[in-house]
Each structure stands twice: as C-alpha cells, then as structure tokens.
Design a protein around this ligand. Structure first.
Ligand code: CP
Length: 327
C-alpha cells in the first residue's frame, strides 16, 4: 500500500494522481498483493521495451542520486542502468569516503543536499532504520537499497518478479519456497518472506542454529496464516521445493569471527545435491556468492540466479517510473 505522497513540485508531464507518485519505498510492508501485480505489470512492460528498443526517454531530464554507504555491484549498477535506460541521469556516490560524509556530515544533511540536485534518492546504509530517517528528512522520494540487517525491498520485489516470470504468475499459490543459509543477517530473506506471505505459499527455513530466521519475521509471516518450518539439513525439504533461495553467510555482520568460521561452509549446492530436487523448480541467490553454489551448477536450466539479476533491472525501472509519476 503506498504511503502518503510527498508534495513535489510538479513539472509538466508527470501524473500526480499516479498511485506511487512521490512515495518513498522503504519496506515490503507497503505492498499489498494488488500493488505487486501493478509493479510486475510495469516491470514486464519495461522488459519488453528494453528488448525492443533498449533505451527510451520516459524519464528524460530526471536525475537519480545513487548513495551507497556499503559495497554493492548489482543494486547500485542496476539502478544506474535503470535510470539511464529510461533516459535520465545519475549522481553516483559509491564511495562515501570521498564525499562530505567523511567530514562528519549527518545522513539527514547528506540527503537534504542531494535532493537539491536530484529528483529521487536511492540509499544503501549499514544501519537498520536509516532509510526511514533519510525519508523523513527528504522532500523527494527515497528508495531503500538495503538498511543493515533490516530490509532490502527492491531485492524482494525483483525476487518475486523472478518467480513470476520463471514459473508463471498463476503458479505461486501452493508453491514451497525453501530459504537456505544465513537467515539471521540476510536482509533479502527478511523482505522476501514478508512479501511472499501475501500468497498461499509454504516457507521452509534451512540454516545453522546460530543463523535462524529472526522470530520477529516468523511471527509476522505466521500472522498471515503462512505455514513455516525450520530445518538444519536441506535433504529433508529439497525434493518438495519449487524455489530454493540460497544466501551467503554474511561474514561482515558477525561480531565473533570464530562463529563465522564454524558455519561458513554449512551448505553447498552442486549438481550432485540437486539430483534430489525436482526438474521443474528454480534456484535463486541474491548474489554475491562465496562458495555456497558451485559454478558447476551454473549451466543447469534450474540455475536462475543470473537471470534474477537481469529481472532486477526491469523492476528498478518500474519503481523509478512509478515514484516519478511516469507509470
Ligand atoms: N543482491 C545485492 O544486493 O547485491 P549487491 O550487494 O551487489 O547490490
């Protein structure tokens, strides 16, 4: 469900009555099932346009400030590509150490600065809740590109779009989705579990004991009536799984590196392991991977993780167009 619109100056050609015009995108909790259908419809159109014409001028003259306090390859570059494919341009701040952040500038002041020059701000930040702080300071829309171990809503949207495009939009109800690996620190699985709870899916969580899905997320999902179960080994659930969502163990989030060493190689997906899985299923990963999926599995048609990155371009094109009143 869209949050309240920010009162933007309305340049010629934008539709201020468009449902997502001027909105922040901070959490998957903002989205109802009909909102997802809308986003995925726009993303599907974007895919068709990119395949037909490559680049077009829907957001010509618009500027995105791409502000990343944490490393990123996919999210940062796909937002850049999305804006440029729509005819807009980008202020890239991927190395905050070269910005006035290194002089001690606060997040709200950095946001107030960037919105003098840009129409929309994409923010990745190591602290949970930082996107909401930025959005409060901003008059322009803020899109959360990952806030600490909190949420990564645009990743969850592209993940759900991947499932729809790969397995069929009508097929998601009744599916079994298995999330594997670092479910404690993995913000992508926190967002995806919440988003999938809008559908009639069953969710399995497979992780080491110290990396279990947070209780808070499980309670939210349970409140929607979604069956969930926790396991420590994949073998128990792999044969019934329609979507296997693999995650990296996030070394950078561990306070004690000895704990990381104990769990870092807990699960490895390779062709031998995947013999127990269905032929009609997909393996996803938000990437980067660091050994949890063997490259030997990459050529398997069920390996959807590289296609998943491309779907991210279309979803982010859709989101930019929506918040700027062009979808
Ligand atoms: N999936 C994802 O967020 O990747 P990056 O960290 O490379 O942006």
């Amino acid at each position: 469900m869209p949050t309240q619109s920010k009162s933007l100056h309305l340049p010629f050609g934008e539709d201020k009555n468009a449902p997502w015009y001027g909105k922040d995108i901070l959490s998957v909790k903002q989205f109802a099932r009909e909102d997802l259908e809308y986003v995925f419809g726009v993303a599907h159109e974007m895919r068709g346009m990119v395949e037909r014409v490559g680049t077009f001028d829907l957001l010509k003259g618009k500027i995105l400030a791409n502000l990343f306090y944490e490393p990123s390859t996919r999210t940062s570059s796909s937002f850049t590509a999305a804006m440029e494919r729509l005819g807009g341009s980008v202020i890239p701040i991927n190395e905050v150490k070269y910005s006035s952040v290194s002089k001690g500038e606060s997040l709200p002041d950095t946001i107030r600065t960037l919105e003098c020059y840009a129409d929309v701000i994409v923010l990745r930040h190591p602290e949970t809740g930082s996107a909401a702080i930025a959005a409060k300071a901003a008059k322009k829309p803020v899109i959360n590109a990952g806030d600490g171990v909190g949420e990564h809503p645009t990743q969850a949207l592209l993940d759900a779009f991947t499932i729809f495009e790969e397995l069929g939009v009508g097929e998601i109800d009744g599916m079994t989705v298995t999330m594997l690996g670092d479910l404690k620190y993995g913000r992508t699985v926190h967002s995806l579990a919440r988003l999938l709870s809008l559908y009639n899916v069953k969710i399995n969580y497979v992780s080491p004991e110290i990396l279990r899905m947070p209780q808070e997320v499980m309670e939210e999902v349970a409140a929607k009536g979604i069956p969930q179960a926790e396991f420590s080994t994949l073998q128990e659930v792999l044969p019934q799984t329609d979507v296997l969502y693999v995650t990296r163990v996030q070394q950078e989030r561990f306070e004690n590196q000895k704990d990381y060493e104990k769990v870092k190689g807990a699960y490895v997906i390779d062709p031998q392991v995947m013999q127990a899985a269905k032929q009609e299923m997909i393996v996803m990963h938000p990437l980067p991977r660091v050994g949890e999926i063997s490259p030997e599995f990459d050529e398997d048609p069920r390996a959807a993780y590289f296609r998943q990155m491309e779907y991210g371009l279309y979803v982010r094109m859709a989101l930019l167009a929506m918040v700027l009143g062009k979808a």
